[in-house]
Design a protein around this ligand. Structure first.
Ligand code: 5GP
Ligand code: ZN
Length: 114
């Protein structure tokens, strides 16, 4: 728990979010400003500021988040495909400094990304 972190407050429940997924290590909830018909954020309950902070001890947690994203994608009926995005750092477009996976689906994705 990092006291000034928005997503830690969502984990704690002091800021509301519609939890479409929850397990012992992570939660998933809709992005407040969706960029696709389905746009879910998957975050660890533990505060990790960024993907760039990952160390070998985090391997299992990162794998867990990917498996959670796959389960949410199945629940959300994204069988036609989807995209997982992890914006990292300022140039990577990260605006909330608590690790999160964006799960985007329900439309055809463009490439290269913006
Ligand atoms: P980033 O830009 O760091 O990759 O992603 C942060 C995401 O968090 C943005 O897509 C933004 O719309 C979303 N977001 C910011 N504040 C809130 C909030 O209070 N609730 C929810 N559900 N999403 C938020
Ligand atoms: Zn946090």
């Amino acid at each position: 728990m990092s006291p000034d972190c928005l997503f830690c407050k969502i984990v704690a429940g002091t800021i509301p979010a519609n939890r479409v997924y929850e397990d012992e290590l992570s939660i998933g909830f809709p992005d407040i400003n969706p960029q696709a018909p389905t746009h879910i954020l998957i975050i660890p309950k533990q505060h990790i500021a960024s993907q760039a902070k990952a160390v070998s001890e985090d391997t299992a947690l990162f794998g867990h988040l990917m498996a959670a994203a796959a389960e949410i994608a199945r629940n959300q009926k994204l069988e036609r495909g989807y995209r997982i995005v992890v914006n990292t750092g300022d140039e990577g477009g990260q605006t909330v400094n608590h690790l999160h996976l964006h799960l985007l689906g329900g439309r055809r994705m463009g490439w290269p990304p913006g």
